[in-house]
Ligand binder design. Structure first.
Ligand code: HEM
Length: 479
């Protein structure tokens, strides 16, 4: 007996109806009935993770998180069916350090062809051990002259800008641009064999392409289907490949690239594709992070002239008999009390994690802050909120007060983690601090800086935060 379409339509409709009903039930159950329903948050966002992702389109999601969600809902905020942001210091310590939870799948969007140090979710230890020598204190001391060589370009550029104004001994300089160029050249010079010469020649094509790549990853992260249409620009890959080939066929130089290449034939060494991706990641992770923090240090200094005066006095005193060369040596800077207070206070107020923060995932049902968090829930350790919590830091939490660091007993425990914490903390931590200290002291030793009030200081965050206008002008006078 042959079934006609008419005979089949009702059973098909009934099956379809049950599938849709089951799907709707699951979505609603997860959103409003399951264990996560006890965690406060914007209720509509419990239905789909796309809603919170779409907030990121203009790089302004961080403001919604920091100034709307946390103040309204408290230290645990649910922003998607299976995603919770956390600002409670004990819970953050538990997920980053005590339980060492693996990274969640938001890092997938940052991957190119292979897994890198930042994005690894399962393996990690061996690769980290392999790369660590390139970030050791001994290695960092050895690359100081390379950083100084970039400062030659920096000072020449500053002098050119001042000379171009006439006889005023003063120029207006966009610090976002010059510091970004400087940190890019430092990464090139110290990690990959030669400066990108961005300070002297303007934007290297690589800087532009790296910026475009960040936007691409951001969009693909929000709408994964785009990955079939928006491919990685071959320029970036070719650049990394040429870098590797050039080194293999040229002479050795003890830097990050050499460390990676030397380890290639060890057990667990990286393939060429992995090395290429790792190089791109280091350029990503190492330049904009350091430049944003350094620009913010300068912004804080010009907006707080009494702090700048005190810091300049400390530097002048410390460097008056520094005979190590044309530029300050890090040995003279690393233990300077007030310099470190200023850098810490800037990292506290302006951490590079403005948005959700390091992302983790629970591997079993876990209790955090009294809430039952089921296995498979994405967690964000919200560094920005931790650094801006009046509960931990006191009522003056939003003020720039380097003096608060003078008494370590007054610094709340486990509340300052600009480089994250635990085994997945920043591998470039010491490198970044060294570059920041050197840059700040080199410029303050030569120039007097003055604020230009009334500028738009709005920050956007895609991969790392940046000024929305991509400028922050400072009046620079020769001392
Ligand atoms: C002020 C400058 C910097 C800040 C504030 C900073 C902050 C951070 C933070 C918060 C993380 C954790 C990210 C996450 O889990 O999602 C991280 C990881 C990382 N950072 Fe940095 N970073 C800075 C500079 C650098 C530099 C200079 C490099 C390299 C040259 C670097 C390379 C990395 C890498 C590779 C990771 C992943 C480490 C791992 O998972 O083992 N960072 N950084």
């Amino acid at each position: 007996m042959l079934l006609t379409l008419q005979d089949a339509i009702w059973p098909l409709l009934i099956i379809g109806f049950f599938h849709v009903a089951r799907y709707v039930y699951n979505v609603i159950h997860l959103a409003y009935i399951g264990p996560l329903c006890k965690i406060p948050g914007p209720k509509l966002y419990f239905l789909s993770r796309k809603l919170a992702s779409s907030k990121q389109a203009k790089g302004m999601r961080w403001k919604w998180i920091q100034y709307e969600l946390f103040p309204k809902y408290g230290p645990f905020v649910r922003i998607a069916p299976r995603a919770v942001l956390i600002a409670d210091k004990d819970a953050i310590k538990q997920i980053l350090v005590t339980n060492e939870l693996p990274k969640n799948d938001k890092y997938l969007q940052l991957e190119l062809n292979s897994t890198t140090l930042l994005t690894a979710r399962t393996w990690h230890k061996q690769r980290r051990r392999m790369l660590s020598p390139a970030f050791s204190i001994k290695y960092l001391t050895s690359i100081e002259p390379l950083i100084h060589s970039v400062f030659e370009d920096l000072i020449e550029k500053m002098e050119q800008s001042i000379a171009s104004v006439g006889n005023l001994d003063c120029a207006v300089i966009n610090f976002v641009k010059i510091i970004q160029a400087c940190t890019m050249d430092i990464i090139g010079e110290t990690a990959f064999g030669s400066s990108f010469k961005t300070i002297m020649n303007g934007d290297h094509l690589l800087t532009q392409k790296v910026f475009e790549e960040r936007r691409r990853r951001n969009l693909v992260g929000m709408f994964p289907i785009l990955k079939y249409f928006m491919k990685l620009d071959p320029y970036v890959e070719n650049f990394a490949n040429n870098l590797m080939e050039g080194r293999r066929n040229g002479s050795r130089r003890q830097d990050l690239l050499q460390t990676i290449l030397d380890a290639q034939h060890e057990d667990g060494g990286m393939t060429d594709i992995e090395i290429c991706d790792q190089i791109i990641e280091f350029i990503f992770a190492g330049s904009d992070t350091t430049s944003f923090t350094t620009t913010m240090v300068f912004a804080m200094l010009v907006e707080n002239p009494e702090v700048m005066k005190k810091l300049t006095e400390e530097l002048d005193e410390a460097l008056k008999d520094d005979e190590s060369g044309k530029f300050p040596s890090h040995g003279k800077l690393k233990d300077l009390t007030y310099l470190n207070c200023v850098v810490n206070e800037t990292l506290r107020l302006h951490p590079i994690s403005h948005d959700a923060g390091p992302g983790k995932v629970t591997t079993e049902d876990t209790v955090l802050g009294g809430y039952l968090i089921p296995k498979g829930t994405m967690l964000g350790a919200n560094i920005f909120q931790l650094h801006h919590s009046a509960k931990y830091w006191g009522e003056d939490v939003n003020e720039f007060k380097p003096e608060r660091w003078l008494n370590p007993d007054k610094i709340p425990k486990d509340c300052f983690i600009p480089f994250s914490a635990g085994t997945r903390n920043c591998i470039g931590n010491n490198f970044a601090l060294m570059v920041i200290r050197l840059l700040v002291s080199t410029l303050l030793a030569r120039y007097r800086l003055e604020e230009i009030p009334g500028q738009d200081k709005d920050v956007v965050q895609f991969f790392t935060p940046n000024f929305k206008t991509k400028r922050y002008d400072i009046k620079v006078w020769k001392r």
